[in-house]
Design a binder for this molecule. Structure first.
Ligand SMILES: O=P(O)(O)OC[C@H]1O[C@H](OP(=O)(O)OP(=O)(O)O)[C@H](O)[C@@H]1O
Ligand SMILES: NC(=O)CC[C@H](N)C(=O)O
Ligand code: SF4
Ligand SMILES: [Mg+2]
Length: 442
C-alpha cells in the first residue's frame, strides 16, 4: 500500500524553515520526492527526488526569507522531476503553487474537457487539474471561496490541498474528508497532513473540516465550510498510514490501533505462550491484543531501522525480508507464538515471517490481523495492487492460512474495526467494496 503524500502550509516567521522541519515530521507519508515553495513577491520552488534531508542541503533554503510557504513529501511509483510537488500551475494569466494529498476519480474526463477547450496541461499528474480548475474559476469570479466552490463541483475524489496564490494560502479538504488535514494556530497559521507535524511549533490544533476552505493572508484568516457530503475518512490512516501520535478527525491513531488489538483478541482469541508484533506498524495492535488476552507481549522480531528506501540494490524478495526483519530465537523457540500485524496486502511479508519463526523454533504460529481482509482496489489515493495481487481478493480465510503456512489465522471484523475506531464515518471501500458516493457522482 503506497501513495500517501504529506502536505504543509504556513503563514508565519521563517515559514520555509518551518516547512522543512514539518516535512521531516511527515517523512513517513512519502519518500520519493520533497519540495517547498515560498512567496517573495512571486513563487520560488526548491524540490527534488529523495528524502527531505537529501533534497534540502544545508544551504538550499538560504535566501528563502518569507512568511509564506508550502511543502510536500511524495510517494508515487512513477513521475519525473516536474511532477514532484509543489507543482506550479498557470492558467488564465494567473500562477499558483499547489501541494496535494489524494487522487482524483474524474481526472481523465475533466482534463479532456479542458483540453477540448484548448487548455494545454504541463504535467500528467492529477494535482495540476485542481490548480487549473481553481484559476479558471477565479479568473471569472475573482473570489477564492466561490472559485473553490466550483472546484468542489467539478473535481471529484480525494484531495487535501494547500495553494500559494497571490501572497495568500488557499487551503481545502474535499467534502468527504478522505485524507487528513490539520490546522494549527499560534504565532501564525499552519496546516499539515497530521497534527503530529505541528506539535513542535507549540500550536493549538484542530482538524480542517471536510468541505472547509481557508483563505489566509497577512493579518487575516477566513474559513468557511462551503460543500457538504457524507463524511468518509480513510480507515487505513488509522490502521497503518498515519503516525500513532497523530489525532485524526478527533480520534487518536494510537488508541484506535490499540483498540483494534483489543477487539481482535475478543473476537478471535488464540492459545499461545507469547504475543509478538510485526514491526513497525503492527506493534500497537499487538500490545492491545496482549493486554486483552493476558498473554505476555515480547519483541520476537527486530527490524533493521536503516532498511528504508535506500535499499535499492537488486535482491530476491526473500533476502529483502531477512535483511529487514530477523527473529529473536530466545523469544520464539519452543513457544506457541501469536503473531499480530496490522494488515496483509500481497501476503509476501507474512509468508516469509511465519517461515522465519518456525526456523527459529516456534512450536505453533497463530496469525492475527488487526483489520479485515483487503479485497478491493482504492481509487482515492492509495496505490493498492491490482486485485490479482491481493492475497484476500478471492481466497477464503482457510486458503490464506494455508498459503502463509500458519496454524491459525483470523482477521478483525468490519464491525470490530468500527468499534475500535469509534465511528462509522469511514471509507472502508477496499475492505467492503462500497465506495463513497460523492467521489463517483460525476
Ligand atoms: O502483504 P504484504 O504485501 O507483504 O504487505 C503487508 C505489510 O506491509 C506493511 O508494512 P511495511 O512493510 O510497509 O512496513 P512497516 O510496518 O514497518 O511500516 C503492513 O504493515 C504489513 O506488514
Ligand atoms: N500520494 C498522493 O497523495 C499523490 C498526490 C498526487 N496525486 C500525485 O501523484 O502527486
Ligand atoms: S479504499 Fe481503502 S485505502 Fe482507499 S480511501 Fe478508502 S479506506 Fe482508504
Ligand atoms: Mg508492517
Amino acid at each position: 500500500m503506497r501513495e500517501k503524500c504529506g502536505i504543509f502550509g504556513a503563514l508565519t516567521q521563517e515559514a520555509p524553515k518551518k516547512a522543512y522541519f514539518a516535512l521531516i515530521a511527515l517523512q513517513h507519508r512519502g519518500q520519493e520526492g520533497a519540495g517547498i515553495s515560498f512567496w517573495n513577491g512571486g513563487i520560488k520552488t526548491v524540490k527534488g527526488h529523495g528524502l527531505v534531508s537529501e533534497v534540502f542541503k544545508e544551504n538550499s533554503l538560504n535566501g528563502a526569507k518569507s512568511r509564506l510557504a508550502i511543502g510536500h513529501v511524495r510517494y508515487s511509483t512513477s513521475g519525473s522531476l516536474s511532477e514532484v510537488q509543489p507543482l506550479e500551475v498557470e492558467c488564465c494569466g494567473y500562477r499558483l503553487a499547489i501541494v496535494h494529498n489524494g487522487t482524483l476519480t474524474n481526472f481523465l474526463p475533466v482534463r479532456r474537457r479542458y483540453e477540448e477547450e484548448g487548455f494545454r496541461f504541463r504535467s500528467s499528474v492529477d494535482t495540476e487539474l485542481i490548480g487549473v480548475s481553481f484559476l479558471r474559476h477565479y479568473s471569472e469570479l475573482k473570489d477564492e471561496f466561490e472559485a473553490m466552490r466550483k472546484v468542489f463541483n467539478e473535481v471529484r475524489g480525494a484531495y487535501s490541498i494547500v495553494m500559494l496564490f497571490n501572497g495568500k494560502l488557499i487551503v481545502a479538504r474535499d467534502p468527504v474528508g478522505f485524507r487528513p488535514l490539520s490546522y494549527g494556530i499560534g504565532d501564525g497559521h499552519y496546516f499539515a497532513s497530521e497534527d503530529s507535524a505541528l506539535k513542535m511549533f507549540g500550536l493549538e490544533t484542530r482538524d480542517v473540516e471536510p468541505g472547509e476552505v481557508f483563505v489566509v493572508e497577512e493579518g487575516d484568516a477566513y474559513s468557511k465550510v462551503i460543500a457538504k457530503a457524507e463524511r468518509r475518512h480513510c480507515v487505513f490512516e488509522y490502521i497503518y498510514f498515519a503516525r500513532p501520535d497523530s489525532i485524526i478527525d478527533g480520534i487518536s491513531v494510537y488508541c484506535a490501533r490499540y483498540r483494534m488489538g483489543v477487539e481482535l483478541a475478543r473476537e478471535s482469541p488464540a492459545d499461545g505462550d507469547v504475543v509478538i508484533a510485526v514491526p513497525d506498524s503492527g506493534r500497537t495492535a499487538a500490545l492491545g491484543f496482549a493486554h486483552e488476552s493476558g498473554i505476555p507481549y515480547m519483541e520476537g522480531l527486530i527490524k533493521n531501522r536503516y532498511i528504508g528506501r535506500t535499499f535499492i540494490m537488486p535482491a530476491g524478495r526473500g533476502l529483502k525480508v531477512k535483511l529487514k526483519l530477523s527473529p529473536v530465537k530466545e523469544v520464539v523457540d519452543g513457544r506457541r507464538v501469536v503473531l499480530v500485524d496490522d494488515s496483509i496486502v500481497r501476503g509476501t511479508t507474512m509468508t516469509r515471517i511465519v517461515k522465519m519463526l518456525r526456523d527459529a523454533g516456534a512450536k505453533e504460529v497463530h496469525v492475527r490481523i488487526a483489520s479485515p481482509p483487503i479485497r478491493y482496489p482504492c481509487y482515492m489515493g492509495i496505490d493498492i495492487p491490482t486485485r490479482y495481487e491481493l492475497i484476500a481478493a478471492w481466497r477464503s480465510i482457510d486458503d490464506i492460512k494455508r498459503e502463509i503456512g500458519a496454524d491459525s489465522l483470523a482477521y478483525l471484523s468490519v464491525e470490530g474495526l468500527k468499534r475500535a475506531v469509534g465511528t462509522d464515518k469511514l471509507c472502508m471501500a477496499c475492505l467492503t467494496g462500497e465506495y463513497p458516493k460523492w467521489a463517483f457522482d460525476f
